[in-house]
Design a protein around this ligand. Structure first.
Ligand code: PLP
Length: 391
């Protein structure tokens, strides 16, 4: 179809996506719905905690619904400053810098650190925002095979020795649920004089002795100089931060355009995140409960014969391979009142379509029973095609 104008272009692209069976729909989420949520990222069950809602309301009453300006004008409030201090403490870094979203934090870091001369090395399964950040910087990204240190080492070896190099990885991979080998990445990066940046969006709050994530206090700044965490997942609110040295954070304040040219986070959100961090510290039983649910899910799903992946995190994908199968399973589960993620390309590679099941400390034993019964029913009804994970 020849494209003559904008309407043609939109129609052509829409048609291509529809005929590939990849059209995406938004469903209107119902916060207190009857649907049992196994699709979200609220791993500790904090998003609906009334203490966070109260802190948010109180923060808005005290400081206003909006921050009124960017951080460098006069939107940087005491509540933001306090939150940055707490996030630095949580991750064992001297400083942390708040961003309005994780997407923007990754754009900001990569754009501020890199340029056309910089070489960026990314795990093939890294989050889209990391790929886009390198693009915004005009930096060349090379992708290494997922979790393959030898491949990373080979790419680093072959790259120009004169250029500054940055190795970038998710801490916990958002669609597979596996945890990056942080010490391995750090050693490989250091061998080539490269810095390591970890995006711990799905590890923060969930992993580590105090919920400090896959990096946190376990891996210091010599191993991971650039740490990104997001607040919209386990912490139940919104926003993100970059933690690291004084020099790194000051550099971001000066040069990260997605930090500079945007309105500061609403103060109520920062206040709610402070409340979430308090609960993270005072209620470790949430993490214990979450990990018990993960263990039980894996045990019983394996007994059913479901094709699980090697994940010990709340992200438990069931790779079915085929788009139609994934959509059919998700629809069948939804009829039973169970919501799971149905993930297709381009979010995951073709042929690896999957249910993305996520567990939360807020789930009851009955919720998990309902999920397992629904999955057993799907498994009995459907013939799985193209599922490479089926052995
Ligand atoms: C969700 C996510 C982001 C984006 O965070 P937002 O705050 O939702 O913009 C970045 N990186 C990873 C790995 C994520 O999973």
């Amino acid at each position: 179809m020849a494209v003559h104008d904008w309407a043609d272009r939109l129609a052509a692209r829409t048609q291509a996506r529809r005929s590939a069976g990849l059209w995406r729909h938004r469903h209107i989420g119902q916060p207190t719905s009857a649907l049992c949520d196994f699709a979200g990222n609220d791993y500790l069950g904090l998003a609906r905690d009334p203490r966070l809602a109260e802190a948010m309301a109180e923060g808005a009453r005290r400081h206003g619904a909006g921050a009124r300006a960017s951080h460098l004008v006069n939107g940087h409030l005491a509540v933001h400053e306090a939150l940055e201090g707490r996030l630095a403490d949580l991750t064992g870094r001297p400083r942390a810098l708040l961003f309005s979203t994780g997407y923007m934090a990754n754009l900001g870091v990569l754009q501020a650190l890199c340029d056309e001369e910089t070489r960026v090395f990314q795990d093939r399964l890294n989050h889209a925002s990391l790929i886009d950040g390198a693009r915004l910087a005009g930096a060349r990204s090379r992708r290494f095979h997922h979790a393959d240190l030898a491949d990373l080492d080979r790419l680093l070896e072959r790259s120009a020795t004169g250029a500054l190099r940055l190795v970038v990885s998710d801490g916990v991979f958002s669609m597979d649920g596996d945890i990056a080998d942080i010490p391995g990445l750090a050693t490989t990066a250091r061998r080539h004089g490269a810095w390591l940046m970890i995006d711990d969006a799905h590890g923060l709050g969930v992993l580590g002795e105090r919920g400090d994530g896959s990096v946190g206090h376990t891996h210091g700044m010599d191993e991971v100089p650039v740490l990104v965490g997001t607040l919209g997942k386990a912490l139940g609110t919104a926003g993100a931060f970059v933690a690291g040295s004084e020099a790194l954070v000051e550099h971001l304040v000066q040069f990260a355009r997605p930090y500079i040219y945007t309105t500061a986070q609403p103060p109520g959100v920062a206040a709610a995140t402070l409340a979430a961090l308090e609960i993270l510290a005072s209620e470790p039983q949430r993490r214990t409960r979450l990990h018990a649910l993960i263990a039980r899910f894996r045990r019983e799903a394996a007994t059913l014969g479901l094709p699980l992946m090697a994940s010990s995190t709340p992200i438990q994908p069931v790779v079915l391979g085929d788009d139609a199968t994934v959509m059919a399973w998700a629809a069948h589960l939804a009829e039973r009142g169970i919501q799971v993620g149905a993930i297709r390309e381009p979010t995951v590679p073709r042929g690896q379509a999957r249910l993305r099941i996520t567990l939360s400390a807020a789930h009851t034993d009955d919720d998990l029973n309902a999920l397992l019964e629904g999955l057993a029913d799907c498994w009995a009804r459907h013939t799985v095609t193209g599922g490479e994970m089926l052995t």
